[in-house]
Design a protein. Structure first.
Length: 437
């Protein structure tokens, strides 16, 4: 591939900056809105911006890490740990914005390698932007406890340590996700590539469209999943009260993640929590895996039975988009098989991204009783069985949609071969329908 002239390279970097800037701006504004909704009365402006930065970096897969130590009244000790929570709704927004901005920036391009170079440069610029945000998104541990209303502001100096984004994860996730999306966009265009690549892109295009349809329906499934919880059992006694605005912020940030859980539960996949590690002394922690299928969760939330039809509708719409993107009915079975193969890659990744995970260690004393522990925990779907269950239901849906499509095509060919067409329905003017020879 020959090197482009300096003017072409400068134009390429400008396009990359435009794509990265649009993606960062839209995702950043959405992160600020979520941070404002999540903010407590005790949170300062700096902590609000730190929360927004953590949400922005988290959308690209970056976790948070921190440590704290101190002594306050009858409690003293040290703790360190890290947590990984992906606001999947923001991730989908960032991905959709980057693809839309890239398609607009390269609409006059001839395609091929120059577009792929633009995609790599866009990913690099966005990774640098997310790295800068991640480095700035850091605050002291005492301020975090004050913002959460766990301690009074006058006691913040008693707690040392800091909390912030895991810096190396922010640019890596931004580059990998953005380049994967934009590189796929380049390849699926088909222009400017060798014939073999163009043919492969043509075969993959319907399957990719089906997967994109499923991804875009995740927030809808999450919203329906929240409605399923209306009328369920009341929260247990002693549960933390959440302000209405904070509840809205949590719901919006986790909408797509809850959509993944709804689909997994509807397919019969298990969900729950896992706690592993060691605990000694006065530290009382229940260790083990606690995963259950839909029947268990409906005992407390009967509305979750609706996750079954939601799953079927989402998969049917995704499969139908594959069929609609196919230009030859004879290719429908192959396109649906490729859709299933892509789902086999995407579904486990979604299950992993939708899980909350963390690990850490704590050591301290309360009223003179000491305890210590090293723990790792996850909350979400059990990855392998949930993925297999969802893929099995998707295969059944593909059989149904594919069989219906082929049956209609055979019926149309039979009618065409016999020289007759179906009788028109009764027209709106009330006259009798007309049969065609």
């Amino acid at each position: 591939m020959p090197l482009a002239p300096a003017t072409d390279q400068l134009a390429s970097w400008r396009r990359a900056a435009a794509v990265a800037g649009a993606t960062g701006a839209v995702t950043g504004v959405a992160a600020c809105v979520l941070a404002w909704l999540l903010a407590t009365e005790s949170m300062s402006t700096g902590q609000l911006l730190t929360t927004a930065g953590a949400l922005l970096a988290g959308a690209f897969g970056a976790g948070v890490e921190g440590r704290m130590s101190g002594s306050l009244l009858v409690v003293s000790g040290t703790a360190r740990g890290s947590a990984h929570v992906v606001p999947l709704t923001l991730t989908l927004l960032a991905g959709a914005t980057s693809v839309a901005a890239f398609r607009r920036a390269t609409r006059r391009s001839r395609g091929g390698w120059p577009d792929l170079v633009d995609a790599a440069r866009s990913a690099c610029v966005l990774a640098a932007l997310v790295l800068a945000v991640g480095l700035l998104a850091r605050t002291d541990s005492g301020g975090v406890l004050v913002a959460l209303d766990w301690i009074a502001a006058r006691d913040a100096d008693q707690v040392g340590g800091s909390l912030g984004v895991t810096a190396w994860q922010a640019p890596l996730g931004a580059f990998v996700l953005t380049f994967a999306l934009l590189g796929t966009t380049c390849l699926l265009r088909g222009d400017g590539w060798p014939p073999a690549v163009a043919r492969a892109a043509d075969r993959l295009r319907p399957a990719v469209r089906g997967v994109v349809t499923l991804l875009l329906l995740l927030p809808v499934a999450g919203l329906l999943g929240l409605l399923m919880l209306v009328g369920g059992d009341a929260p247990p006694a002693g549960a933390a009260d959440v302000e209405p605005a904070s509840g809205v912020g949590l719901a919006l940030a986790g909408l797509a993640s809850w959509g993944v859980a709804v689909l997994a539960l509807g397919a019969g996949g298990p969900a729950g929590r896992t706690v592993a590690g060691t605990a000694s002394g006065d530290l009382d922690v229940a260790l083990g895996a606690f995963h259950h299928r839909l029947g268990h969760w409906t005992e407390q939330e009967p509305g979750l039975w609706a996750s079954v039809p939601v799953l079927l509708v989402v998969l049917a719409l995704s499969a139908r988009s594959v069929v609609r993107a196919c230009d030859d009915v004879r290719r429908v079975p192959g396109d649906l098989v490729r859709w299933l193969l892509l789902l086999a890659l995407v579904v486990p990744a979604l299950g992993l991204a939708a899980r909350l995970s963390g690990e850490g260690s704590v050591e301290g004393e309360v009223w003179g009783d000491s305890g210590r522990g090293e723990l790792a925990a996850t909350l979400g779907v059990e990855l392998l069985p949930a993925s297999l269950s969802l893929l099995a239901v998707a295969a059944l849906v593909a059989l149904g949609v594919g069989g219906t499509t082929l049956s209609r095509a055979r019926r149309a060919r039979t009618l065409e071969a016999s020289g007759a067409t179906p009788v028109d329905r009764e027209p709106s003017d009330g006259h009798a329908p007309t049969a065609h020879p």
